[in-house]
Write a protein that binds this ligand. Structure first.
Ligand code: HEM
Length: 417
């Protein structure tokens, strides 16, 4: 590739991840795969030292995410460089997962210690037991819009369903959910690779301060919920300190709804975009769990796994990665890897999928995947069963996207039924 062309491509890649462009990200991901399974990009974050690499294909992305000896989530552990937390940090703000350690940002053995404290609450078996609750919430939300001529899938369904479920589990008061939406939207929209919108630090601080208050409330009035259990563990002494407690709760609240909302909203649009596939689903709602996997593969909520940093020099796909280099597995690209899937750019709801990368891989693989699967299953089956004539109530080209979680999410999705 000529130098000028290379610069233009590098810029397009950075623009997609920082939200500077609303170009179709999948066209960029496809181009990236033709450039290589592991490609160097200019550093998206000024403070990051060393080369930055993007991993575009599944085999190599799996390798990076599973090889915990050669890759760490904690850049700061290598010669004190590349501490992403520190570059985000506002020392006076409460410790959320964005500016302080959480299971997502530490290696073993701390990771195992933190994840174990909550893993029982997220087993597939326990999640199945929550299905009636999820069903009840989905039905109540559709009851509220049933008499209207149209409604917004994002505001009225995709957003409130997961936040209601995770709030029930954690013990977050219902009255606080609207405010939590404001914070999490600002965070998902305001942060990206090399992106930090003005004002996002204040939103993170306010979210953290809210959690500090919530914990104080649970200390005074413990209840039968996950936050009260975590507070009790912290009070016992040696398994969880206060900063880890606040950070863990912020992670569970944010991760527990932001991504799943995106799956439900974008997934609904993908279904409406493929009417012949949608017909198949409507005829047989038993196809929905498999369809959820395909929607996760085709356009899942997470563009990338959190950056990893090489702990030693290592060669992958012919590239010489040096100790300390930042390596970014691009999940949405790996999920369209033509070496893994036939017709990867096609949505095929009856495709048999052995594996995809929407939930990541390795020890940090999504804790909430079983919950997200139950929520996706219930959300789509309830919607299609109750509103089989669901259709967009605005022209397709007027559908509003916005930068969310390092890629595009829907701002709203007006529908009639
Ligand atoms: C469709 C919905 C979801 C998607 C696509 C998703 C995606 C992901 C991905 C890709 C990771 C790994 C990040 C990395 O390795 O850097 C992750 C981790 C995580 N997710 Fe999810 N997630 C979803 C729903 C949820 C839900 C409902 C929860 C509930 C609390 C949750 C909690 C977490 C937590 C706590 C981690 C960190 C796990 C660890 O570091 O051990 N996620 N998620």
């Amino acid at each position: 590739m000529k130098k000028q062309e290379q610069n233009a491509t590098d810029q397009s890649i950075l623009n997609v991840f920082s939200g500077e462009s609303v170009e179709n990200p999948f066209a960029i991901f496809s181009k990236m795969r033709t450039m290589g399974a592991v490609i160097p990009i200019p550093s998206p974050i000024a403070a990051i030292k060393g080369q930055t690499w993007m991993v575009t294909r599944m085999e190599e992305a799996m390798l990076v995410l599973k090889d915990h000896a050669h890759f760490t989530v904690d850049g700061g552990s290598i010669d004190g460089n590349n501490n992403l937390m520190q570059s985000n940090a506002d020392p006076s703000a409460p410790p959320t997962f964005l500016n302080a350690k959480s299971m997502l940002s530490v290696d073993e053995p701390d990771h195992r210690r933190l994840r174990r404290l909550v893993s029982k609450a997220f087993t597939p078996k326990y999640m199945e037991s929550l299905r009636p609750l999820v069903q009840k919430i989905a039905d109540e939300l559709l009851d509220q819009v049933e008499d209207k001529e149209q409604f917004d899938i994002v505001k009225d369904y995709a957003y409130p369903l997961p936040i209601n479920v995770i709030s029930e589990m954690l013990g977050v008061p219902k009255a606080d959910q609207a405010q939590i939406r404001v914070w999490s939207e600002a965070i998902a929209h305001g942060l990206g690779l090399g992106r930090k919108e003005p004002g996002v630090a204040e939103q993170i601080r306010a979210f953290g301060e809210y959690i500090v208050q919530l914990v104080a409330e649970k200390r005074k009035h413990p209840a039968d919920d996950l936050i009260s259990q975590l507070v009790a563990i912290e009070e016992e002494g040696d398994k969880l300190d206060e900063s880890e407690l606040i950070s863990m709760i912020s992670l569970l609240i944010f991760a527990g709804h932001e991504t799943t909302s995106n799956l439900i909203a974008t997934g609904t649009l993908m279904l409406l975009d493929h009417p012949e596939q949608l017909e198949k689903l409507k005829k047989d709602l038993n196809l929905i769990p498999g369809a959820v996997e395909e929607l996760l593969r085709f356009n899942g909520p997470s563009t990338m796994a959190g950056p990893r940093f090489a702990t030693e020099d290592i060669e992958i796909a012919g590239q010489q990665i040096k100790r300390g280099d930042m390596v970014i597995p691009v999940l949405k690209s790996a999920n369209r890897d033509e070496l893994q899937f036939s017709d990867p750019e096609e949505l095929d709801l009856t495709r048999s999928i052995k594996r995809h990368m929407a939930f990541g891989q390795g020890i940090h693989m999504c804790l909430g995947a079983p919950l997200a699967r139950v929520e996706g299953d219930v959300a789509f089956s309830t919607l299609l069963r109750r509103m089989p004539n669901l259709h967009l109530s605005i022209p397709r080209e007027d559908v509003n996207w916005q930068f969310m979680l390092s890629s595009q999410g829907l701002k709203s999705l007006p529908v009639a039924f």
